[in-house]
Design a protein around this ligand. Structure first.
Ligand SMILES: C[S@@+](CC[C@H](N)C(=O)[O-])C[C@H]1O[C@@H](n2cnc3c(N)ncnc32)[C@H](O)[C@@H]1O
Length: 363
């Protein structure tokens, strides 16, 4: 099509609508960064406990600088998160909004996830360079990743571990009570394993992760809570297939930890090898299709491809890895699991977790 022909087909209404949509994008993107700050500084928590208050009172109660708080409140009011009384300039966080923004909201606290926008942005210079030269960005370039990840899995896994996750495997809790061996690969800060180890003192738990920082956090929690039936190991699991002792574990888990591995397929083969013949493998990993056109309309599709572009894929590529990406999708997940040897694979979805599928695999 020539340029004049293309111009004749130019739909001005479509262009206007798109420009409007992009203004909303600018506002919403900015709101995410402000929400992250509101969560980290405790402003949402403080406001949820206060009656309508001036910026001075809010700042004082949150232990923060008033000038910054006032500017932040401007963003929150114009976004419709906080309400302001024009007569008194008193600000209020409605209870209906606080229900999704405060630490007291536990698993419903959506402000936790807004932190990922800043995590994505913190390595933008390195990512832009990768667009020109290829390569990856190591974990160390994302200083808050492990802390935010631990909060994320606290919401998506820990909060529903006993009520929804463990029941995915019939008989599992009985076996855990009697005493079995459990391995979590890519355990991060170890909150899930520590929780399980405390619940099931007869079982023995092992968590492995590449990150020294995350393993230190995991060990500190275990020691603070006096949990003795657990060990945390700093290790690259890329060679798990070759190094794993065969048939040792009754239950192996990965929580959001296969797609960003350097060698995801080798890790899956290692998990298969390390599992006992009657053992279970539980994999929580990103929900989506391996084909982009099937992901149009995915409720958080843009977010997931974005976090994949700016984190999951580059951290794998930085290890000389495959760079599978978060949106490797359900089709490829089944293909990898089958090729790794698993003959029975069940795909589950949990109502509280729109981001992930829960695969239960057996030999
Ligand atoms: C998305 S995080 C999930 C962490 C944890 N499972 C959770 O849900 O909180 C993925 C984890 O895989 C770990 N990881 C990535 N590559 C690894 C490798 N080659 N060997 C061991 N761990 C690795 C990272 O350090 C990170 O903690």
């Amino acid at each position: 099509m020539s340029a004049p022909e293309k111009n004749l087909k130019f739909d001005s209404a479509k262009a206007e609508a798109f420009a409007g949509k992009f203004l909303t994008v600018l506002n919403h993107g900015s709101l995410c960064v402000m929400a992250s700050i509101g969560h980290r500084t405790g402003l949402f928590d403080a406001m949820s406990m206060l009656p309508p208050s001036t910026s001075n009172t809010i700042a004082k109660n949150a232990g923060l600088n008033e000038r910054y708080v006032r500017e932040w409140l401007g963003a929150m009011v114009t976004a419709g998160v906080v309400e302001v009384d024009p007569a008194t300039t008193q600000y209020a966080l409605p209870a209906e909004h606080a229900a999704f923004l405060t630490r007291a909201s536990l698993a419903d606290n959506m402000a936790v996830f807004s932190q990922y926008i800043a995590v994505m942005g913190c390595a933008e210079d390195e990512i832009v360079e990768c667009f020109f030269k290829g390569g990856g960005v190591p974990y160390e370039k994302y200083p808050r990743f492990h802390a935010v990840m631990a909060e994320d899995s606290g919401q998506s896994v820990l909060s529903s571990l006993e009520s929804h996750v463990l029941p995915l495997i019939p008989g599992l809790t009985d076996r855990l009570s009697r005493g079995i061996r459990v391995l979590d690969v890519g355990c991060g800060s170890g909150r899930i394993m520590n929780h399980l180890a405390k619940l099931y003192p007869e079982s023995r738990f092992t968590g492995i992760d590449l990150s020294r920082e995350a393993i230190q956090t995991a060990r500190a929690e275990a020691s603070e809570k006096g949990i003795g039936n657990i060990e945390f190991i700093v290790r690259d699991v890329s060679d798990l297939e070759a190094s794993a002792e065969p048939g040792v574990f009754d239950f192996i888990t990965t929580f959001d930890a296969i797609h960003d591995q350097a060698k995801p397929f080798e890790v899956l083969k290692g998990i298969y090898r390390a599992l006992k013949a009657d053992g279970w493998y539980l994999m929580q990993d990103i929900r989506g299709s391996s084909h982009v056109h099937n992901n149009i309309g995915h409720p958080i599709g843009t977010f997931l491809y974005a976090i994949s572009t700016t984190h999951c894929m580059p951290v794998s590529l930085a290890q000389g890895g495959e760079g599978l990406g978060a949106m490797w999708g359900e089709e490829k997940t089944h293909e990898y699991l089958q090729k790794a040897g698993f003959r029975h694979v069940e795909t589950n979805q949990l109502a509280h977790d729109i981001q992930n599928n829960w695969y239960v695999a057996r030999k």
